[in-house]
Write a protein that binds this ligand. Structure first.
Ligand code: XMP
Length: 540
């Protein structure tokens, strides 16, 4: 079996309008032929049955890397069939985890953020706005920069700058011809009312700008900017109509973030979740229009008639657009999603930190077993559908386990809880310090399961619903207060460093090699733990 050998290549990047998935199937470039017999597979399944992350350790192997430096170890993977990541981390589509600020950190660091759908039905625009913020954050070439009409006033321009957070507007006329550039600096020190001063009076006119006619690569644009000592390069077509903008700041940022997850235009990538009922198709249409890179149909039980119908309708309307679906946790259910034509599968029924599904229903599959089961289904189907291990990663070492046991990448919720990029208010609580018996005020943020009563209430606007409707809701999630910490960026980077150490301990040179070695000889790696050895390993 060659389950994990597909390292990234830009040629795997998602085409904007792809044909249906069957025609886009491709074999990973460096996949090795299968070495696992059905008997080996059964043995691995037997080992994994009933087990999750803390049930195992891995035996250290002879190390072959000179350094554990994340800059020198290849961690390339895929989040879905046609979208490559350089870091195997995805932030969860939870309304207390991923909105634009988190998605930006994820994509800049080499992972991906999935914007949650925790907005009320019909209320599509707020989710679309989050996607737009990410797509506009940092660009190679901005194809549709913010513009202001040459006949507008400085008050209009100032308004647009405040709303969009953008400090430079391109000035155009009614036929979208470039007329100039207006920056925040042009608005400073204006005596009198901004509403009485036309943009044309303060802008730098097109005649005084360096402008490029026709298309240009980011590298060529950088050379022009260095040579002409400019920071902004507007692009026009042969008749002077605006077709884009390149800024020095974006080019610099791109260089500082070598692993960032970008689309073909150099924009950060972002995903967004939808449901399987109600406004889901309309929501998907708007998200796709806003430039989302991948849609995730996310429901608690993805192996269902509801999911089959939703995928069918999605494919009918949006053709081969990149689609992940979940959650599932068995070979049969992964096979079901593959047969329905998804590009990626989210795996995990009940392992999540804010999740009470297993407690409330007694249904679910321990996460390591679920990953092995789903991996077998993917391999049986040719290996091109990706698997995302979703939930249950409570310590950094579990990341390596999830990836070795079958995942292409890992979705994290509580690992990022309490960081400054998570949405939600900061609350202060009195906490008693046991040593000094002093009471201090500590800042917290709330992490809540998307099936918690609070999240459902907000999503369904059930403040207006009657008590009977409320009682009918079976919550499968909970709310947890998490102490406020700094940025999610060092959390992400630490996990990556630890993953590189795992690769070194595992005797591999890259993530894909570690997986390959593990699947060739799982028994060489897996150590099943007794209760005492689990305590020795993971309890501190
Ligand atoms: P971690 O462990 O990283 O897991 O916090 C994140 C994942 O947990 C799932 N999730 C839920 N599952 N009820 C559930 O059964 C919930 O209320 C809930 N909220 C989140 C989800 O898959 C997420 O990505």
């Amino acid at each position: 079996m060659g389950p994990f050998a597909r390292t990234g290549s830009n040629s795997l990047d998602r085409a904007d309008a792809r044909p249906q998935r069957d025609q886009t199937k491709m074999k990973p470039a460096n996949a090795r032929p299968s070495t696992m017999t059905p008997r080996d597979q059964r043995r691995l399944l037997d080992l994994a049955r009933g087990c999750t992350f803390d049930d195992f350790l891995f035996t250290p192997q002879f190390s072959v890397v000179e350094s554990r430096d994340p800059y020198s170890i290849d961690l390339t993977c895929r989040v879905s069939e046609h979208i490559v990541l350089h870091r195997p981390i995805v932030s969860a589509n939870m309304d207390t985890v991923t909105r634009a600020p988190m998605a930006i950190v994820q994509a800049e660091e080499g992972g991906l953020g999935i914007i949650d759908r925790g907005f009320r039905p019909g209320d599509i625009e707020p989710q679309v706005r989050e996607v737009e913020i990410v797509k506009r954050t940092q660009h190679g070439i901005i194809p549709d920069p913010y513009t202001v009409s040459v006949s507008a006033t400085l008050a209009d321009a100032s308004d647009l700058m405040a709303r969009s957070g953008v400090g430079t507007l391109v000035v155009i006329d009614e036929s979208r011809k470039l007329r100039g550039l207006l920056t925040e600096r042009d608005l400073r020190f204006i005596a009198g009312d901004l509403a009485s001063v036309p943009v044309s009076q303060r802008m730098t006119p097109a005649e005084a700008l360096i402008v490029h006619a026709g298309s240009i690569s980011v590298e060529e644009a950088e050379l022009v900017m260095i040579e002409r000592k400019i920071k902004k390069l507007p692009l026009v077509d042969e008749s002077g109509v605006l077709i884009g903008l390149i800024t020095a700041k974006d080019i610099l940022k791109q260089k500082r973030l070598p692993f960032a997850t970008r689309d073909r235009q150099g924009r950060l990538r972002v995903g967004a979740a939808i449901g399987a009922k109600g406004d889901y198709l309309e929501r998907a249409a708007e998200l796709i229009r806003a430039g989302v890179d991948v849609i995730v149909i996310d429901i608690a039980h993805g192996h269902s008639a509801v999911m089959a119908r939703a995928i069918h309708e999605f494919r009918r309307r949006f053709g081969g657009f990149e689609l992940i679906a979940g959650n599932v946790a068995t070979t049969e259910s992964a096979r079901f999603l593959i047969d329905h034509g998804v590009n990626g599968i989210k795996v995990g029924i009940g392992p999540g930190g804010g999740c009470t599904t297993r407690i409330n229903t007694s249904f679910g599959v321990p996460q390591v077993q679920a990953l092995v089961e789903c991996r077998l289904a993917v391999e049986e189907a040719g290996g091109s559908t990706s698997l995302i291990a979703d939930g249950g990663v409570r310590r950094d070492g579990s990341l390596a386990e999830a990836l070795m046991c079958g995942a292409d990448c890992v979705m994290l919720g509580s690992a990022f809880a309490g960081t400054q990029e998570t949405p939600g208010e900061i609350i202060h609580k009195s906490v008693l310090l046991p040593e000094s018996q002093k009471v201090v005020q500590v800042a917290f943020k709330v992490l809540r399961g998307m099936a918690s009563l609070g999240a459902i209430k907000d999503r369904l606007d059930v403040e207006d619903a009657d008590a009977v409707d409320l009682q009918a809701i079976g919550a499968e999630g909970m709310e947890i207060s998490v102490p406020l910490r700094g940025s999610a960026r060092p959390v992400f980077q630490d996990m990556i460093k630890h993953l590189c150490s795992s690769i070194s301990y595992g005797g591999a040179r890259s993530l894909s090699e570690l997986k390959q070695l593990f699947w060739e000889q799982p028994e060489r790696y897996l150590v099943k733990l007794s209760a005492a050895s689990r305590r020795e390993s993971y309890e501190r």
